[in-house]
Structure formats: C-alpha cells, structure tokens
Ligand binder design. Structure first.
Ligand SMILES: C[S@@+](CC[C@H](N)C(=O)[O-])C[C@H]1O[C@@H](n2cnc3c(N)ncnc32)[C@H](O)[C@@H]1O
Ligand code: SF4
Length: 385
C-alpha cells in the first residue's frame, strides 16, 4: 500500500491536516499560500477518509507535501456508546500513538429547552465535550481522569478531530473543554484548536466555546489576549483555601485569593461573565456556611454559578465521596440566588449510565463495546454547518 499509493510507512508519525500550526509552517516554508488551508479542511471535513491528493484546486507543490507529511485524520473512533435515554453518546477515540481519549456528545432541543428524544433536521443543537490531554496531572480527588495521572498532551489536530468525528453523528454547535485533562496545561494546542474551529469551514462562534480550568493563574492572565469571546469556566469547588486544598491538590500552587484576583482583572478587561463550577460533595463543601462564604467571595465578580452534582467514580480517593442530596443542593442554590443575587444553575446530569458524565472519563478499554455501523453513518445535512 505504501509503495503503490506513495504513502509513507504507517509507523512514521504523520501530522493531522487539522494541525494548523504544522500545516501553516510547512506551506510557508514551501512558499505556498496559506489561504488554501480552509479549502483543505473543508474537503477533509466532507470526506474524512479521503486521500489528500484528491483535494481539488491546490498549487501543485502542495500535493507531495500533503502526501508525505499529513493525513486527513490521525485518530479513529474505536467505539461509540449511547446512553439509554439517547441524549448522550460517548466516543472512545484512538490516537496515532495508541493512546485512547474520550469525547462526549450531549443533545438538547433548544426550542423546547430540553432533549425530547425526537431528532428533527436542524432542531437538535448538540454540545461536544472534548478532551485536551490523555489523563491529567492535577489529581483532583473526586475525578476519575485525575486517577490516571498525566500521560500526554493532545495536538491541536487531535482536538479538532474530536469535532470532526462528532459532526458525523450530531449537529454540534457548542464545545466545552470539560473532557479529559486540564486544557490550560496544554495551552498552545488548545488555543490553536479553538482558532481552527472558529474559522472557516467550521465557523463555530467563540461565544459557544467554553474552556474549563482548575485555575491555572498565569494561563488565565493570557486567556483574553489569545481567546477573545471564548467563555471561561473555573472549577472553584470550595469558597476557602483549606477546603479547596483538601479536594484539589492544585489549589496549593494556585491559591484561591490569587485566583479570584486574576478573575477580577480578567473581568475588568473584557466584561465577560465567568462561569463558576462547584461540585457538590456531601458533608465536604455543601453546607449553608459554604454557600454564604461562596456568595461573599464571588461578590466582586459577575458570575454564573453552576452547581455540579457529584458523579460517582470508581477507585482512588474519589470513591470516598458521596453526592449531596438534591434537597441540600436546592437549599444551597436558594442562598446564592436569594441572599447574594447570583445566577445559579444546577447542572443537568447526562450520560451517567455510560460513564460519560463530568469527571467520569477514564479510559478502561475492556468495558467498551465495538462501534455499530449504524452509529457511524453520517448525516450529510449535519456536516454542512
Ligand atoms: C473533568 S474536568 C475537565 C476540565 C478541567 N480540567 C477542570 O477541572 O475544570 C470538567 C469538570 O468536571 C468536574 N468533575 C470532575 N470530577 C467530577 C465528578 N466525579 N462529578 C462531577 N463533576 C466532576 C470538574 O471539577 C470540572 O468542573
Ligand atoms: S477535574 Fe479537571 S483538573 Fe481535576 S483531575 Fe479532573 S480533569 Fe484534571
């Protein structure tokens, strides 16, 4: 195959055509205009398994370069598992280096405000939760990904490819960086991937992209310059340093007082509201006093607080935690709303039965079943975004 098609041997590492930085610099070194990049991406998006030599209308020097150094896709979907209610699909994606990551599609019907189980053309607007790393080094005590430790960073192309895979199944309009890994620990790849998906041909609005971080202060300080209009979500999870350190070791390196200061600077500069994520752990951070403390520390900021019911995860310290009873979650919400006038929502739990909910992503290969062919069939209309 390699000789007949002129393709390099499979073991040679090739870049994803969606690795914008690599493709751009190869084109520039060869004196080829980078205005052709969106044309290549459009073709690759419409024909995920195509030969790059079939991309029409490129300068002739582009073809040998694409053939030798790039592939349309460097990852593949190893399995796709649907939740029983059909709202959620978890994709197990195999990367070129043999590692696996997960991405989760969540479907909502925007006209009804909730998923109603009946897909209609254009009616469903899905959100894709993407991974940015294989594993994560931040070690949050309640998170399954944290138990894996850090394995590797994804390239920008591997991040974009998660969207390309998902677009074959759903009409993705929103992306949240809430899958495996800490996106701001893989900053340059995440920034580059966001630039690709907000440009031609994907054209997602930056306002529909949310990057969730444990609170890497130096990266938050750069965020605005590099990612204007992209939403920032901060996993705060506790209103005080002591409780935060107890459940999030990263809080020692990024103390809550300095984190909140950096959020004030961020907000003064851009005026954008900040999403505050707050996991509800029974008896740990969910008491009335925590709600009042949280209301006070957030007082200088314009925020939306998202209370996250704890999703059970097996193994490690995470199995010590229990979810806060829903009545207590509602009382917590009532304090933040009623006393502090903070918009506070409770995150809808989706995909728990397929371990596809927040913090449940950990690659556990033997548990996955193979991808059914019907799941793979792309909806052509969905691809025309
Ligand atoms: C998996 S993280 C990925 C993004 C980033 N690393 C972060 O921590 O914000 C996305 C969100 O899931 C939350 N999360 C982690 N483990 C969870 C669990 N077991 N139940 C509910 N939410 C969880 C995180 O705290 C975070 O707010
Ligand atoms: S919650 Fe986020 S930062 Fe913490 S271990 Fe999980 S993926 Fe990493």
């Amino acid at each position: 195959m390699s000789v007949a098609s002129g393709r390099p041997p499979v073991r040679m590492a090739v870049r994803s055509v969606f690795d914008a930085g690599a493709l751009r610099s190869e084109f520039e070194s060869a004196g080829i205009s980078t205005k052709f990049l969106p044309l290549i991406w459009r073709h690759a998006l419409d024909n995920p398994n195509c030969d790059l030599e079939d991309v029409p209308s490129l300068p002739s020097a582009a073809y040998p370069l694409l053939r030798d150094k790039f592939r349309t896709m460097t990852s593949s979907v190893a399995s796709a598992v649907d939740s029983a209610d059909g709202t959620t699909t978890k994709l197990l994606v195999r990367l070129q280096n043999g590692s696996y990551i997960e991405a989760v599609i969540m479907r909502y019907d925007t006209r009804l405000g909730k998923y109603d189980g009946k897909p209609r053309p254009g009616g469903l607007r899905s959100t894709l939760c993407v991974s940015s790393q294989v594993g994560c080094k931040m070690g949050c005590k309640f998170c399954a990904t944290g138990t894996m430790g850090f394995k590797s960073n994804l390239s920008s192309g591997e991040i974009v490819e998660q969207l390309v895979h998902a677009l074959r199944l759903s009409n993705i309009r929103n992306i949240v960086f809430m899958g495996m890994g800490e996106p701001l620990n893989n900053y340059s790849a995440v920034v580059e991937a966001v630039k690709v998906v907000t440009g031609s041909p994907f054209q997602l609005s930056p306002k529909r992209i949310t990057i969730s971080t444990v609170g890497i202060i130096h990266a938050i300080n750069k965020f605005l310059g590099d990612l204007p209009n992209v939403n920032l979500a901060v996993s705060l999870h506790a209103p005080d340093q002591e409780t935060r350190c107890q459940i999030m070791p990263a809080a020692r390196a990024f103390p809550i007082s300095r984190l909140l200061d950096s959020l004030q600077v961020y907000q003064k500069t851009c005026g954008q509201k900040i999403f505050i994520e707050y996991i509800m752990l029974d008896g740990v951070n969910d008491q009335e006093q925590h709600a009042h403390q949280l209301g006070n520390v957030l007082e200088p900021l314009k925020v939306v607080v998202n209370l996250i019911p704890f999703n059970p995860v097996g193994g490690g310290t995470s199995s010590h935690y229990k979810a806060t009873p829903s009545q207590t979650v509602l009382s917590f919400q009532k304090i933040l709303r009623g006393v502090y006038n903070i918009r506070t929502t409770v995150r809808q739990q989706m995909g728990q039965d397929i371990s596809g909910a927040c913090g449940q992503l950990v690659v556990n290969l033997p548990l996955r079943r193979p991808l059914g062919l019907t799941t793979l069939l792309p909806d052509i209309e969905d691809l025309r975004i």
